[in-house]
Write a protein that binds this ligand. Structure first.
Ligand SMILES: [Fe+2]
Length: 209
């Protein structure tokens, strides 16, 4: 199989509710020598465009619209012609960062994106953000989880637009039902697997985050 998962880490800030924090984001590139999709155009359009190279960028998928995951999306789209895709429930967050530029198309639960012959299914997983999505690629045994599931637990739900019971429901119903060996490529930090995280669901519920 020539399809591969590439990855870069970009640095910048996350701002919400009047606070700003330094963050490192994972940017995922899935495809082959000819075409790719980018998941989360974070912070640095130049670095992402360089990683894409002369390959066709068929979509810039936003796992959610926190500014650290979308701040470079319009610039990357302008450079490459790739359309920006976002679940519509995150448009209010998107407009806080990019009031002048709407996404190009909507993501919907169950939608299938295809790149280099590989299918990625959109899973709507609200909780960290109302329009948060994960992308599941069965042929790669890969899940791209954004900020919904990390190594060690759920994404943060302490700020506006977030809801802890909702993220738990999303993780329980949509993610922990995937095969145990599925590799979880997260929005920040380390990769994990469904099988490594699944036994801890009750611990997360008990601790409340
Ligand atoms: Fe986030």
């Amino acid at each position: 199989m020539t399809v591969r998962i590439e990855h870069l880490v970009t640095s910048g800030t996350f701002s919400l509710d009047g606070g700003t924090w330094d963050v490192d984001n994972n940017v995922w590139i899935i495809g082959d020598d000819h075409e790719v999709i980018v998941i989360d155009a974070a912070h640095d359009a130049d670095a992402i465009a360089e990683a894409v190279g002369d390959r066709r960028l068929t979509a810039i998928v936003c796992t959610h619209a926190h500014n650290d995951h979308i701040d470079a999306a319009p610039a990357l789209a302008a450079r490459t012609g790739g359309p920006v895709l976002l679940h519509p429930d995150d448009l209010p967050l998107w407009k806080q960062t990019h009031p002048e530029r709407a996404p190009d198309a909507e993501l919907a639960d169950g939608q299938v994106l295809t790149v280099a012959g590989i299918e990625l299914t959109v899973l709507h997983t609200p909780g960290h953000a109302p329009g948060a999505v994960c992308l599941y690629a069965p042929a790669l045994s890969a899940l791209f989880s954004g900020d919904t599931l990390f190594a060690g637990g759920p994404g943060a739900t302490g700020r506006s637009y977030s809801h802890f019971p909702t993220i738990i429901e999303s993780i329980r119903e949509r993610l922990l039902s995937l095969p145990e060996g599925t590799v979880v490529h997260t929005g920040h930090g380390d990769t994990t697997t469904i099988g490594a995280e699944a036994p801890h669901l009750q611990d997360w519920i008990d601790r409340g985050h």
